[in-house]
Design a protein around this ligand. Sequence first.
Ligand code: FE
Length: 347
Amino acid sequence: MKIHRLHTRSALGTAATAVVVILTAACGRSEARSNIVNVYSTRHYGAMEPMYAAFTEETGIRVRVSHGGMHALLERLKAEGERTVADAFFAVDAGGLWLAANEGLLQRVESETINANIPAELRDPEGRFFALSQRIRSIAYMPGRVDPSELSSYEALADRKWRGRLCMRPSTNVYTQSLVASLIAAHGEEKAEQIVRGWVANQPEYIDSDTRILQTIAAGGCDVGVTNHYYLGRLIDQDPDFPVKMFWANQDGRGVHRNVSGIGVTAAAANRQNAIRLIEWLSDRAGQAPDATGLPGSNFEFPVNSTVDAHPIIAGFGAWRADPMPLGEYGRHQADAIQLMERAGYR
Ligand code: FE
């Protein structure tokens, strides 16, 4: 046990990591827990593995990940209660993080390092979850068929001029739910429903993949669509001539719709300190690096740590100003957003 502690506290090379892994395997359950952090994650891009490996290399703390859909993992956390092995919950939508916090599944964390790394508007005010990357859901368009001067806001996509020209993600998608939740928070339900009814009247083509929306725009199937910015970043990374552009919506008003991927420490975490250490590390410069540099693990999201620059491809989309709406609003209005879309006939 002494050797085990010694190793976990020192900076570890790969060989030493292997020793710890072997020792861990030989130890009992409670001891094995001490250099592990278990993460339930909805982040499925395969993007995090190099970061987890680097974290383990530096700290000796192994990261074990269980992947799943947001609602499946929330149900699992609830069902497992105190017995859950999860120390952290990693989600790719602010609504999901708020729902977890609101169910009492996440605990309050106070860390000076985290607070220094992540601006206040990207943290839950009660310290239950923290954004690790920013994803901007905005309006993609095809130059030539659309002049950016014709674009302004999500609300204006309800204008008749977009009839038959719009590609949208269905209501079952959590990104759509958060966007509509933000309309409810900004305008109230009645006005939000009017806006969504306007979108529906424009007979959008519903496509359940942001990447396919962008490809459909490029192929001439629609002129504008609403997608997360990083899908366009990826397509441009693969093909620098990919023609679709990103327009930052609502810059003359409340700001563009910002969602996040983020993480919280579970209420029942057995390895609380390791989970906090992981969040500290992922929000620090090294943990924020892939999206800034395009290293393995890059998803072309905007870093939350303001000392880290965005990757040139997405920086090339131009500066944006985000809606300062607290991230919890997306979760708070999610159920209403789903009902609203059903009433409005949004598929
Ligand atoms: Fe995504």
